[in-house]
Ligand binder design. Structure first.
Ligand SMILES: NC(=O)c1ccc[n+]([C@@H]2O[C@H](COP(=O)([O-])OP(=O)(O)OC[C@H]3O[C@@H](n4cnc5c(N)ncnc54)[C@H](O)[C@@H]3O)[C@@H](O)[C@H]2O)c1
Length: 334
């Protein structure tokens, strides 16, 4: 059996995400990456020392044969080509979101993953969020009846400390807030609703650059479920998800791990799965820890990852169709 202690792991892309989450998670799990990869060698020199990495490199191609597995946390346009190279070489990958910008590309990665017999896990760490898992079971067991509508508002004035300017360049980011925040929001929506057939309307505020504000209306076919999603990186949104069924509703504010429900029955159902304290104390670093642990577990045991690439196909298709059918967002003052 492969053991995480002798697994040679590379971290590819050492920007904000790697510094804030992946390296601290590796410390928590007492795992040392074998190599850090980033074109900016000067800035990762110190990171290598503090993370225990033996080596740094400015080229994934140069080190790809010397590793067993990699976390890819590079600008979005690199996710597909870098992952494909690694999977073809038989290396396991934990791939940051969005795993690719198009459904066909995700399918291509899945095919390579299968033929190489390695693990490709998309980094949808929000599915490890207890409050989100509780909603999933609430829906599966129809605790508030048949789902009718989902309203999701997410975002705020952008303050994530990116190390590169990639997210502002459409050629590197492959999209704006829909591609970025939307990868998570729409993944949760598709995971909860479990219906791969939908039609949608989409509008955003792009005038050639990346969109900073967008709205999406989704009609899930052969069900009564309609979803409204609003995302922004220029306005402080309510950061609230409201799911309404035929017998009640739940309103989540995942940041803060709080929820309100239409009646005590729903609250009791959730608190039977997780205590108030358990829900409250789960932090972002816990989500990333759980994600890395799950990926390592799958590699060590040769088992399927808890979150597989197949399961993100609907949300990637939703993003792709959004951009295909894009309309200009109209403001009240236009
Ligand atoms: N899961 C989440 O919640 C979450 C949060 C933030 C970012 N992300 C994702 O993580 C990725 C990185 O985001 P970030 O905020 O760290 O961005 P960032 O701009 O801070 O970091 C990107 C890093 O990649 C490096 N890079 C560029 N080209 C490279 C190459 N060819 N090989 C290796 N490294 C290269 C850059 O030098 C930079 O250090 C993005 O895809 C983003 O969508 C996910």
């Amino acid at each position: 059996m492969i053991n995480k202690d002798n697994l040679k792991i590379a971290i590819v892309g050492c920007g904000a995400l790697t510094r804030i989450f992946y390296l601290p998670v590796f410390k928590r799990l007492s795992v040392n990456p074998v190599v850090l990869v980033d074109p900016d060698l000067t800035s990762i020199n110190d990171l290598a020392k503090s993370s225990g990495a033996k080596k740094i490199s400015n080229s994934l191609e140069d080190i790809a044969d010397d590793i067993d597995a990699a976390i890819i946390a590079t600008p979005n346009f690199l996710h597909f080509p870098q992952t494909k190279i690694l999977l073809e070489k038989g290396k396991h990958v934990l791939l940051e979101k969005p795993i690719a910008s198009k459904e066909a590309l995700v399918k291509e990665l899945i095919n390579v993953e299968k033929s190489s017999g390695v693990i490709l896990q998309p980094a949808m760490m929000r599915r490890f969020w207890k409050i989100n898992k509780a909603v999933k079971t609430l829906l599966q067991e129809e605790i508030f009846g048949i789902l009718q509508s989902v309203s999701m508002q997410e975002g705020g004035v952008l303050n994530w400390p990116v190390q590169s300017t990639a997210i502002f360049n459409p050629a590197l980011s492959l999209g704006g807030v829909l591609m970025d925040t939307g990868s998570h929001t729409l993944d949760l929506l598709c995971w909860w609703v479990e219906n791969r057939d939908f039609e949608l309307e989409y509008e955003d505020d792009s005038h050639g650059g990346v969109e900073a504000d967008c709205r999406l209306s989704v009609n899930f076919m052969n069900t009564s479920v309609k979803a409204e999603v609003k995302l922004s990186r220029i306005r402080n949104m309510s950061n609230e998800f409201i799911l309404t069924g035929t017998k009640g509703w739940i309103k989540l504010k995942p940041w803060g791990n709080v929820f309100e429900a239409s009646d005590r029955r729903i609250e009791k159902y959730i608190y039977r799965q997780y205590t108030r304290e358990e829900l409250k104390k789960q932090s972002f670093i816990d989500l990333f820890t759980e994600q890395v642990k799950n990926w390592l577990f799958a590699i060590e045991h040769g088992s399927a990852p808890v979150i597989d690439a197949e399961s993100v196909l609907p949300s990637i298709r939703m993003i792709e169709q959004g951009y295909q059918h894009r309309r200009q967002l109209k403001y009240a003052w236009n």
